[in-house]
Unconditional design. Structure first.
Length: 215
């Protein structure tokens, strides 16, 4: 099977305790999987390891079958992996929606004109063109999540890592996120407590508690 991500015997300990150990996982090409588990079981920590933000204590991550030995080596895959944190309020760098959505393209040296074309396309795709010139901090939690997602998708990543994408959203915003994620053909790992949300999106669910098990 062609895989986007493989986890090989991943363990993580912080100063105080062992959070999880010996996690193995294969995420196939354009496969969508979910991770559930109780509070503090380490789901966000695992996502951050896969995103290349923190090192595992033991084991390693493979991205497109290449072993990653340290965080520096993740650099090669920075554009391929997009990580949506649980709390997006500190995620934004610009005041308005369109400025923020095109920020990463501009940082890569894309001209303003071209970045705006691509930015407008992504807003249209996610059906949030009406938010284009709004101040991000005036938006609702659900709108902010979709704007943050737009800012990730503009770089055309191959792998999406989503931490509680429907956390604290009302039913309508949740439905919108499901629609969007269902329409995206990419490899995805979604951490969520929402069973109905997960079941409408993913074929495989893992539980992280004492053990890491496929349900
Ligand atoms: N920056 C940090 N410093 C110290 N301990 C941390 C830090 N981040 C997380 N932890 C601890 O690591 C453990 C796992 O946390 P993590 O956020 O990964 O769990 P989680 O399964 O995502 O939880 P939740 O479902 O509540 O979001 C917890 O015991 C938490 O207190």
């Amino acid at each position: 099977m062609s895989c986007s991500v493989n986890l090989r015997e991943i363990s993580y300990k912080n100063d105080e305790k062992e959070i999880f150990k010996n996690i193995n996982l294969n995420l196939g090409h354009e496969e969508k999987i979910a991770i559930i588990g109780s509070n503090g079981s380490g789901k966000s920590t695992l996502l951050k390891i896969i995103a290349g933000l923190i090192n595992p204590s033991e084991g390693y991550v493979e991205i497109f079958h290449s072993k990653i030995n340290n965080l520096k080596e993740f650099k090669t895959y920075r554009n391929d992996i997009a990580y949506l944190p649980q709390d997006v309020t500190n995620h934004f760098l610009c005041p308005t929606v369109i400025e923020d959505v095109i920020f990463s393209l501009r940082a890569k040296g894309v001209s303003k004109e071209e970045a705006l074309i691509q930015g407008n396309e992504i807003l249209e795709e996610l059906k949030i063109t009406h938010l284009k010139d709004r101040i991000i901090f005036d938006l609702s939690g659900g709108e902010q999540k979709i704007v943050a997602l737009a800012g990730l998708l503009i770089l055309k990543p191959k792998i999406l890592l989503l931490d509680e994408p429907t956390n604290a959203l009302d039913e309508q915003s949740e439905k919108r996120i499901i629609e969007i994620l269902n329409s995206i053909k990419k490899s995805m790992i979604i951490v969520s407590h929402h069973r109905s949300f997960i079941e409408s999106l993913t074929s495989t669910v893992y539980r992280l508690d004492e053990e890491f098990t496929k349900l």
